[in-house]
Ligand binder design. Structure first.
Ligand code: HEM
Length: 397
């Protein structure tokens, strides 16, 4: 059997060009009429899943849609071959070695020592001014600083490591520079890793250096590949998620009042609802390696796929009145962190980061409000598949 895409697509908008201005309406229409639809990415026919059930099933079906089929193309000398490019037993063993530090118990333990101080440190810089752009001054800086603290690298290197992290992400525009950043980053970490192998501390690097599973340890190369994945996977996503949570609260004053009435109890639910309402990875890209008929749709091998988490999280079959931002919703399951074997390793950490960053911001800035700015909105950010607020100009008393 040789399959081919249909001559006429269900929606011939190219989702990799730029975000369509009517994204939410388009996704709603597709979900209602054709939850597995033919659309376009990079000029190629692409299958997009938009219902919660299909997105959920597709994420879990690692055999049909292995993560590696898509991420293999991201492997270069800059980022190396990381766990997103692994499947089956190799992925299971690797994941067991990198996960202990990210378990809920450990994340709870680092709240006071890392998450709270970093939030305070950033707010100290602008509180006296009575106004700020929270994207540039808070949401963007916070997750990178947390990763740097977790790793346990010397704080004097913050600026260099941030520069290398940003440089490594710019592979498409400036490969030479991205490669240089990657090499400088590894040269910097190598001697510290060697020290942690013999004299471990309490940090993530030590956990990676010493963890054992089924008699195995991570090689230096595996650790470097994991570290270089942490910045794109853990910083950009959390930065956009935190921004969307702040934006959602500021444009829904009744929800903000509910949260302010019990900051310690409600900030985590505000974060969770924001993660549902506007997931940072709005459109998860994947690829279909072999010809397959899956849920009655014939998909040729080599077809790009989109798991539309944004559409899944607003599926009325699962979420009542799904477009409403409702902190009291307490959703049971959201598509935001993926599902199945590649479910986000940093989900506990991301939730804790957002909870704490929201609480401290609201505790310290009374009367926090958006400056009247009709252009401020949640939209595609960094790349067309990621979303968050473009800016957050605020005032406070
Ligand atoms: C709100 C913030 C975050 C969101 C929305 C998010 C989203 C996701 C999603 C959708 C996946 C699955 C990708 C796929 O199946 O192709 C994923 C995987 C992953 N995430 Fe996150 N993430 C967030 C924060 C973090 C943080 C803070 C870290 C670590 C510091 C992290 C580390 C990872 C890693 C290592 C993977 C790969 C797991 C694997 O392949 O087994 N993420 N994330």
């Amino acid at each position: 059997m040789t399959l081919s895409p249909p001559a006429v697509l269900d929606d011939d908008y190219d989702y990799m060009l730029a975000e369509p201005p009517d994204l939410l309406d388009r996704l709603r229409r597709l979900r209602e009429t054709k939850p597995a639809a033919w659309v376009k990415t990079w000029g190629k026919p692409t299958v997009m899943f938009t219902s919660f059930d299909l997105v959920d099933a597709a994420f879990r079906d690692e055999e049909t849609f292995p993560s590696a089929a898509f991420y293999a193309h991201t492997v270069t000398e800059v980022l190396g071959r990381n766990m997103q490019c692994m499947g089956g037993d190799e992925h299971r063993r690797h994941r067991a070695l990198v996960s202990p530090f990210f378990r809920a118990k450990n994340v709870t333990a680092i709240v006071e020592s890392f998450l709270e101080p970093v939030a305070h440190e950033l707010i100290d810089r602008f509180q006296a001014r009575g106004e700020a752009n929270l994207v540039a001054e808070y949401t963007k800086l916070y997750p990178v600083k947390i990763i740097l603290r977790l790793l346990g690298l010397p704080q004097t290197a913050d600026e260099d490591v941030s520069r290398w992290a940003i440089g490594m992400l710019d592979i498409q525009n400036n490969f030479e520079q991205a490669l240089r950043c990657s090499q400088e980053f590894m040269a910097f970490v190598r001697p510290i890793l060697a020290e942690r192998r013999v004299a471990p501390k309490d940090d993530l690097l030590s956990s990676l250096a010493t963890e054992e599973f089924e008699g195995e340890r991570l090689s230096d190369e595996a650790i470097f590949n994991f570290l270089r994945l942490l910045f794109p996977a853990g910083a950009d996503t959390t930065y956009l998620g935190l921004g969307s949570a702040i934006f959602a609260l500021l444009i829904h004053p009744e929800e903000l009042a509910r949260v302010r009435a019990d900051l310690r109890g409600e900030c985590r639910w505000a974060a969770e609802e924001a993660l549902r309402w506007s997931p940072p990875v709005a459109l998860q890209l994947r690829a279909n390696p072999k010809d397959v008929v899956w849920n009655d749709i014939a998909i040729p091998g080599g077809t790009p796929l989109i798991f539309a988490t944004l559409a899944a999280n607003r599926d009325p079959a699962v979420f009542e009145d799904p477009d409403r931002f409702d902190v009291g919703r307490h959703p049971k399951a959201i598509a935001t962190f993926g599902r199945g074997p590649h479910f986000c390793l940093g989900a506990h950490l991301a939730r804790a980061e957002m909870d704490i960053a929201l609480r401290i911001l609201l505790e310290r800035l009374p009367q926090l409000r958006l400056v009247d700015d009709p252009g401020a909105r949640i939209t595609a950010s960094i790349v067309p598949v990621l979303r968050g607020p473009n800016r957050l100009p605020v005032r406070f008393d």
